[in-house]
Each structure stands twice: as structure tokens, then as C-alpha cells.
Write a protein that binds this ligand. Sequence first.
Ligand code: FAD
Length: 454
Amino acid sequence: MAERDALVVGGGLAGITAALRLADTGWRVTLLEGRPRLGGAAFSFRRGDLWIDNGQHVFLRCCTAYREFLDRLGATSLVHLQDRLDIPVVRAGGGLAHLTRTPHVPAPAHLAAALARYSALRPADRLRAVRGALALGNLDPTVADLDNCSLGIFLKQHGQTEAVINSLWGIVATATLNVVPDDASLALAAKVFRTGLLDRADAADIGWAAAPLGEVHGTAAAAALERAGVSVSVGERVESIRAGGFVSSRRGESRRALQAEAVVVALPHRDAFRVVPELTETPLARAEGLGTSPIVNVHVLYDRRVTDLPFAAAVNSPVQWVFDRTDSSGLARQRPGAQYLAVTVSAADDVVDVPSRQLRDRFVAELERLFPAAARASVLEAFITREKRATFRQAVGSNSLRPPAETPLDGIFLAGAWTATGWPDTMESAVRSGLAAADAATGRPASSALGFAS
Ligand SMILES: Cc1cc2nc3c(=O)[nH]c(=O)nc-3n(C[C@H](O)[C@H](O)[C@H](O)COP(=O)(O)OP(=O)(O)OC[C@H]3O[C@@H](n4cnc5c(N)ncnc54)[C@H](O)[C@@H]3O)c2cc1C
């Protein structure tokens, strides 16, 4: 039987996944990526002798598609996944609480047990938090109306005080939805809290890259795609895509025209509509209104260790989350004894345009408040990375704007973390979208089986 041709445009996690799935199904696949590397929004760059991630990327045990993706890339050994949830929560002056789960306590009781011990909240607020958890646990994320409500309003309606929101729900919601609770779509928040925290006891065990993201997603993906027989062209920018599978691309001054039975458009939403203008004449055009939301990272290198925590969330602080990147960046080898902390600020609208010098001063001072040992250390270097369009804006009303993989255009399919996967704009959503687009292209029923095997 003649091979069927597919083009995948965009080499982020969605495009890599779609290409692997199509190749597994026996299609001849070419992947075109505009940048000189794979991995899309989750990447690393070189700064001196160190590898710096553009932003800390975290996943949860419940991210089953992303974890299978790592397996398929042979990259599972490059990430660390907690045996059981333990979020250290730091406060000014060195105060430390833990949000942990007890082994062998089934859901949802596991959370009640964790909240009972959660010393970042006063005992009365811990009881309120249990009430909030029960209310969130009763939400069905697939009910469309939830998208028209705000998480913040819902929490307040269910007795959650500012303290509970700031010290508990907001820590999780802002990091996963990249908007503050008052702005967040309740439908997407319900997905986060149900699937990520409440439905299974082990769902929220936290994972993160133990190597630079470029190694986890870029190098490992390139090798997996090669093994699968996918032809990969990086540094080749697609300029337009038309119904019928017509693609024109450009590399420097040279242009080429390609055609395939199926084209998977795995681009950020703003690029997808620009590159496939015919989409703007379809009902899917409403997704142009998804907007964007920024994430800022503040990277601080100290001459000595200032904390033994591998990561922590912070309450009542502009430092939302902080991660120890000493080993993964290569600093441990370059300068033994030194430490590299990366601060993540999600929903960073107020911060993203602040000059670097001001941000460095503000966050270095804040880290001293959270980790008193930092005040005795010397800062070797501090710098900022900004992702102005890190995710789509997961605000009230956004979930219903997301398009499915199928489009009304002949041979054109959509992938990307922003498409209608039911998940927030995450690596898990990107991988799920790639699987869905490949299945739509091959006519395979959208299967519940997420495995890559055909
Ligand atoms: C700072 C930051 C922190 C984050 N933290 C987390 C986290 O902790 N956990 C989590 O799960 N998710 C996180 N995310 C979100 C996650 O990175 C994204 O959801 C996911 O990587 C999106 O993958 P994608 O393949 O859908 O899109 P992208 O990664 O955006 O891939 C699209 C690709 O298309 C390419 N492209 C664009 N235009 C063209 C063109 N014309 N021709 C050819 N190629 C083109 C781009 O170069 C890019 O490689 C974070 C994102 C950022 C930016």
C-alpha cells in the first residue's frame, strides 16, 4: 500500500507528539520547525557555561500523556517525580510548612489529612479549606457553564477567606492556570483541582526536569523522531498553509512549496490564524480571542547554598515558586558549593515590563526574607527571563473558545496546548492535542488509549 504523507508544522511538544503518532501509524512524516531547535515553549539556552531553562516546567503524576511522551523519547530518567506529594511552603523569616499527602490514605480523604497538618493556615482556615475542597470536588469540569464563572468568586461563595485562597488554592491555581484566581475560568480550575488533586490520592505528586529542558525535549525528541523515520527540518519557517494540504515555507532566502494529504498545524494560536488565514473564515476563528498571559523567571546564583529545599512555594510574597537548578544547569560542576535558584512568577502582568535592575533588586531582597541564609551569601549573578505570551489567557470564558483538532478545511488539523483538550495550557495538554490531531488526520477514532503504540 502506498505511504500516505503528512506534514507537521511546529516542533513543540504538540508537533513532536503528532509526528511520532503519525509515523507509528505508518505515515511518511515531515516536521517543519521555524526555530533552530525542537521543544517549542519549553526550552533551554546557554549562558556562559550554564544551561538555563526559559521557565521552570513542572508536571504532576496525573499527567499520563506527558509521562508516556517522556517514555517514548527515552527521557524518563531525565526527570524527577516525587514518591508522594510534598510541597514545602515558605514564609518571610524562614517559616516553613509542608503540604504533604500521607501514604495509603485514599482520595479525597488524603487531602483532608494533608490540610489538617498544613501549618501555613490557622486551624479555623484549615476547616474552611476542607469545605472548599469538598465544593471543588463536586464540580464537573465538562459542564460548559462553569467556564462563565470565576474561580475566585466560587471560592469566596464557598467560605474561602483571602488567607485560604492566598496560602492554598492560589498557590496551585496561579501556577497551573497562569492567571490569578479572580480571573481564572472555573471550568479549567475544576479540571486542575479534580484531576490534579482530588480524584486520586497520588495525582498531585510533583515532577520536574532534572536536566536542561533542551535535553529532555529537544535532544531526546530529535533522536526519537529520527528513530521513527520522521524527516525533521528546523530553521524552516512556514509562511502559509491552505486547504488541500498546501504549505509554503522559507529558510533564509530559499522558499519551497509542499503538499501532503494531512497537515497538522501545531503552532501557538496567534501564529496558527496568521499562517492559515482561511481558518479566520470558519467558526474556529473565535479562538483568536484566547489572548495571552506572561510568565517571568528571576534567576539568582549565590556563592553558597542558601536552602536545602529542591523547590518551594511562597506565601504572601511576590516569589510564587522557587526551584533549585544548581545540578541541572551545570553549576554544581562548574562551581561546587554555589547555588542557583530560579523564581517563577506566573500571571506576571504587573511584573513583565518592569526593568530588569528593579526586578533583580526586588527579588533578591525577597529571597533574603524567605531564606535568611541568602542574606549572608553573595549574589554571583541575577538575571531575568520573560515569556510575554507563555500561555493562552485561561480567563473566564476562554475554555469554550478552544477549537477541536478537526477543522472545516480539507486536510488541515489543529494541535497545540491551546486547543480543546480539556486540560489547561500545559505540556500535558500539548501532548494530548498532538495525539488527537494525529488520530483525526488518520481517521482513527479518538481513543482513550494515549499510548504511542499503534
Ligand atoms: C515560562 C513558561 C513556563 C511554563 N511552565 C509550565 C509548567 O510548569 N508546566 C506545564 O505543563 N507547562 C508549562 N508551560 C506551558 C508549556 O510550555 C506549553 O503548554 C507547551 O510547551 C506548549 O506546547 P505546544 O507544542 O502546544 O506549543 P509551542 O511549544 O509553542 O510550539 C509551537 C512551535 O511552533 C513553532 N513555530 C511558530 N511559528 C512557526 C512557523 N511559522 N513555522 C514553523 N514553526 C513555527 C515555534 O517555534 C514552536 O516551536 C510553561 C510555558 C512557559 C513559556
